[in-house]
Design a binder for this molecule. Structure first.
Ligand code: PSU
Ligand code: MN
Length: 341
């Protein structure tokens, strides 16, 4: 893989941008950042290797170039080649790096997977405006006693990146998470819905303030915020699984109750909570949690690719183009520049 150092005010050669990603950014094509914690800690090995490639393909199908972000040997990578993706999916000692951990991993020369928080921050540094993930971190149940609120929320509040997700899992305090996003002035858009999705469930039972009907409308929000100068914070675009693809409610509720009990029994806390829960779900759902997880991530990646393509088209064109005015998703052929990764 060929890489170049960041052309922007990069602190050092500790950050490298993959050639295809650099070219796409320079040519004004859409780019979508992807996180690596879902690969290293959210999906089981060895399925994660094939899924990582599928997620990148979904971004391309949406009309943008994928840039999976991770730290390898103390170097922050924006865009991974196949061998690097496999390393982050396979190495047994990959750290989970939130924003605060990035500098530590660089200093100590570690391998690490980036969360929503750190991926958003690195994406912004590289000039990437859209990011696709599965579920956001949020306010944990009992947070008023444990203070366990994901750093994802604070970083999104101070990083102008649009994050496409399937909401948050119902192991979290969902209304508390939505209230916190409101307090932090982060807009939450439902994609063709007013229902905030609950990750495995299409509807968490809580409403979002705004509904958009298309990738073009979501992109128009980013462009409008940019023009108004109210874009210091990120935007959350919540994309639910179709109702007939969600995890069956009885199974879901059983897994959540059992998963929370397992955490309690094992004394799991802090950054280990989310990976342990996901592992419990994957081990005890007969494949259903993995199926739904993969489907929602692929759907988010595809949508993010479409939004990224619309943002560059609308930013380049005159006036804030409303829905339908920009090219349809997928208009940008995959690998248009013929640059391999
Ligand atoms: N939610 C999921 N799967 C995940 C995560 C969240 O359904 O893999 C990961 C993301 O990387 C997210 C992180 O940023 O967990 C949040 O962790 P914490 O709650 O420790 O901040
Ligand atoms: Mn936490």
């Amino acid at each position: 893989m060929s890489s170049v150092t960041l052309p922007v005010s990069s602190p050092s050669t500790a950050v490298v941008v993959q050639e295809e990603v650099r070219a796409a950014l320079a040519e004004g094509r859409g780019v979508v950042a992807l996180e690596s914690t879902i690969l290293a800690h959210g999906l089981p090995h060895p399925d994660n290797i094939a899924i990582a490639a599928q997620i990148e393909d979904a971004v391309r199908a949406g009309g943008a170039v994928p840039a999976t972000i991770a730290v390898l040997g103390g170097v922050v990578h924006v865009g991974l080649g196949p061998a690097e993706l496999e390393r982050i999916c396979t190495a047994p000692d990959v750290a989970k790096l939130s924003m605060r951990d990035l500098g530590v991993a660089v200093a100590l020369g570690l391998d690490g997977a980036t969360t929503v928080a750190s991926t958003s921050a690195v994406a912004h540094l590289a000039g990437i405006r859209v990011f696709a993930t599965g579920g956001l971190g949020g306010v944990h149940r009992g947070a008023s006693a444990t203070f366990d609120v994901s750093a994802d929320l604070g970083v999104i509040a101070s990083t102008p990146v649009l994050v496409v997700c399937a909401g948050v899992k119902s192991i979290l305090d969902v209304p508390g998470t939505l209230e916190t996003l409101e307090t932090l002035s982060v807009p939450v858009l439902g994609y063709r819905t007013k229902a905030f999705p609950g990750f495995y469930l299409s509807d968490s039972g809580h409403e979002v303030p705004w509904r958009v009907e298309s990738a073009a409308e979501a992109a128009a929000v980013v462009v409008a915020r940019d023009r108004l100068g109210t874009d210091a914070a990120g935007v959350v675009l919540a994309n639910p699984l179709p109702e007939d693809r969600q995890v069956e409610r009885g199974l879901h509720d059983r897994l959540v109750a059992e998963g929370l009990a397992v955490l309690e029994r094992e004394g799991v806390h802090g950054k280990d909570v989310t990976p342990r829960l996901l592992e419990y779900f994957h081990d005890n759902s007969g494949g259903e949690s993995l199926r739904a997880n993969v489907e929602l991530v692929l759907s988010n990646a595809r949508l993010a690719g479409e939004v990224a393509a619309h943002i560059v088209a609308q930013s380049a064109g005159a006036g804030a183009a409303p829905a339908g005015a920009a090219p349809a998703g997928g208009a940008e052929p995959a690998g248009a520049a013929g640059l391999g990764s």
